[in-house]
Design a protein around this ligand. Structure first.
Ligand SMILES: Nc1ncnc2c1ncn2[C@@H]1O[C@H](COP(=O)(O)OP(=O)(O)OP(=O)(O)O)[C@@H](O)[C@H]1O
Length: 610
């Protein structure tokens, strides 16, 4: 990550932020810009009114000539009082509109990621996190900073032009007081931005340890292994390391700012004495002196505002840059220009010489897999941990494309389909299935959103997965919230609001979710019964056997007893299909499958015969 984007990129980001804000609030954005410009002009108008009024008074001007200027001064006072209120209100509205649009665009962009590879890239995840954090307010903040800088520039430019009209020397004095301070502050803000970037890794690690210490998932291990002290110490090391770097920058800031404040006060005082001397000589009027005092204060205030806006814009630009990168990213899988419709599966799915690895610097997981999943039959994938079984499942869902070779759906390469069309024909239970903090019915209904409200289908799916009894025993049956999160204050005190399920009970719900989708052409079950008790596992596999008659399915299980009825069993070893056949064929082959099956069976035999 860098703090240097180049002037062109910064400019294009500023323009994009303005466009985005304009799109979010077509009327509010120009109105806000006008208010900002007005806020830049008002101090100038007030100073001019004061000068004319004082000069008029000094010259003994009459009531009729002075009153309009007094009224004008009063109006500038009123406007400068009301402007911040109106601007703030408008700004808040603008921010809300921008937040809705940016979040919508960000998550639409995320929706265009149809694969998994980019989601797994740590650099992408870093950017995504920053984009999520700043997407809501980033563009609005950038526009605000830009307009603030314009406002400050208008005030400064106006005062300088006025002084030039009155006395060139005074204009030079005011410039002398402001410019070095402006340059120094800009340098300081740049240095601060660099310091803040340099400590982000430490801050991330600190947040990681802090989250670990308060994580429910980690709580058991942390307590049992006594890791709390270790992680707390590590968190504090990161925190103090980041603080030490910031402290150094704070000291540099304080030194330079102190010096500049002294210098500015000195130049202003000298200028004031000089202008009073000129007024005493008669070269300047009282109004000119008042204008000078207002100009010094105005330019100093505006240049400080300018520094603040530029520093903040610098920071906002960097963050908006990440948002833009995520928002404008291309799809992560090559998409067919004219995707073919996915026909109902008739013959089967063929993996033809499929090679795959997760990244170029990682080892091959699949090295030329040839395998057919015939239509209407079940294929079981068997192999040791890390053999590549789940990887095949992910390729079948087209979360990745093979590096070499192809996967064919009735002879058509999966790459010629739109991923969402393909997935509409697939149902799956993944090894790392989701547990949604939603009701039991919704946890099942998500399997087929169009049937989510069809309670009869939801119940039937739950019955097939052995989840019906679990759900009906819950305080509110299918409408019980499966979470300890509360959604509103009324829920907080209600002990029946949320319920936590056991691992196996959650797995039954995940299965039910997949069963709701069983009208699909391919059903994938990756370790669907790993967390189930023996009784439930037996029932689930009976149910699977009964229902898979006409369905094409892929089943992964380490419990070989559960796969023995599969139409065909493939044993994966060394990234290839080492053995293929029915249970009986593989037993008579006497290879790895037979060895593993006997090993598992002997475990049970020993217990039974003991
Ligand atoms: N997202 C990933 N990025 C990089 N490597 C991965 C990723 N997922 C899996 N792998 C690697 O690919 C190999 C195969 O993993 P896979 O999950 O397919 O094995 P598996 O046969 O399903 O194992 P298990 O029986 O333990 O579930 C492993 O070496 C694993 O480390």
């Amino acid at each position: 990550m860098t703090t240097d984007l180049g002037a062109r990129r910064v400019l294009s980001l500023l323009v994009s932020a303005f466009r985005l804000t304009r799109a979010a609030a077509p009327a509010g954005t120009p109105l806000y810009a006008v208010l900002c410009l007005l806020a830049g002009v008002v101090p100038l108008a007030a100073a001019w009114c004061t000068k004319i009024l004082l000069d008029g008074l000094a010259a003994g001007g009459g009531w009729a000539t002075l009153v309009p200027w007094a009224v004008a001064l009063a109006v500038t006072g009123l406007v400068s009082g009301l402007l911040p209120v109106a601007s703030e209100y408008l700004k808040q509205r603008l921010d809300r509109a921008v937040a809705v649009l940016t979040m919508d665009r960000l998550y639409q962009a995320m929706g265009r990621l149809t694969g998994l590879a980019r989601m797994e890239d740590p650099r992408f995840r870093d950017k995504l996190q920053l984009a999520q954090q700043t997407g809501r307010s980033g563009p609005g903040q950038l526009v605000d900073d830009g307009l603030g800088a314009v406002q400050a520039a208008v005030t400064t430019g106006g005062f300088l032009a006025t002084l030039l009209l009155l006395d060139v020397g005074m204009a030079v004095v005011v410039l002398l007081a402001a410019v070095p301070a402006l340059i120094a502050h800009l340098r300081l803000s740049r240095a601060r931005a660099e310091v803040l970037w340099s400590i982000t890794p430490a801050e991330r690690r600190e947040v990681f340890y802090a989250e670990l210490l308060s994580s429910l998932d980690a709580a058991k291990e942390l307590r049992l292994l006594g890791l709390g002290d270790l992680f707390r110490r590590r968190m504090l090391v990161e925190l103090t390391a980041a603080h030490a770097v910031v402290e150094g920058q704070d000291r540099r800031d304080a030194r330079v700012r102190g010096l500049l404040a002294g210098l500015t006060a000195l130049v202003s005082a000298a200028g004031l004495v000089w202008s009073v001397w000129l007024a005493a000589k008669g070269s300047l009027s009282i109004g000119d002196v008042a204008m000078f005092v207002a100009a010094v204060a105005g330019v100093q205030g505006a240049s400080q505002g300018l520094v603040h806006n530029l520093a903040s814009a610098h920071h906002s630009v960097l963050l908006f840059h990440h948002y833009q990168e995520i928002e404008s990213q291309p799809p992560d899988l090559p998409l067919a220009v004219a995707p073919s419709a996915v026909p109902p599966l008739r013959r089967g799915i063929e993996l033809r010489d499929v090679w795959f690895r997760y990244a170029e610097d990682q080892p091959w997981v699949l090295c030329g897999v040839n395998l057919t999943i015939p239509h209407g039959r079940s294929l079981a994938l068997v192999g040791l941990n890390g053999a590549g079984k789940s990887t095949i499942v992910k390729l079948l869902c087209r979360f990745y494309d093979p590096c070499r070779g192809a996967i064919l759906w009735d002879g058509v390469d999966l790459r010629s389909f739109a991923p969402e069309d393909l997935r509409a024909r697939v149902g799956a239970v993944f090894q790392d299935y989701m547990r949604y903090d939603l009701s039991a019915a919704e946890n099942i209904g998500l399997g087929d959103v169009s049937s989510m409200d069809d309670r009869a289908r939801v119940v039937a799916a739950a019955q097939r997965a052995g989840a019906h009894d679990v759900v009906t025993a819950l305080p509110r049956g299918y409408d019980t919230l499966l979470s300890r999160m509360f959604f509103d204050e009324a829920d907080r005190e209600d002990p029946e609001t949320g319920v936590l399920l056991s691992g196996g009970q959650w797995q039954r719900l995940a299965l039910a979710r997949a069963f709701l989708r069983d009208r699909r052409d391919l059903m994938i079950l990756d370790e669907p019964s790993s967390g189930l008790d023996a009784q439930a596992e037996h029932e689930v596999h009976n149910s699977l056997r009964r229902h898979r008659g006409e369905a094409t399915s892929v089943l992964i299980s380490h419990r070989l007893g559960a796969v023995r009825d599969a139409g065909v069993i493939a044993v994966l070893t060394g990234g290839q299909v080492a053995e293929l056949g029915t249970h009986d064929e593989l037993l008579s082959l006497d290879g790895d499958y037979a060895r593993l099956f006997r090993l598992q069976a002997s475990g049970y035999d020993e217990v039974v015969t003991r």
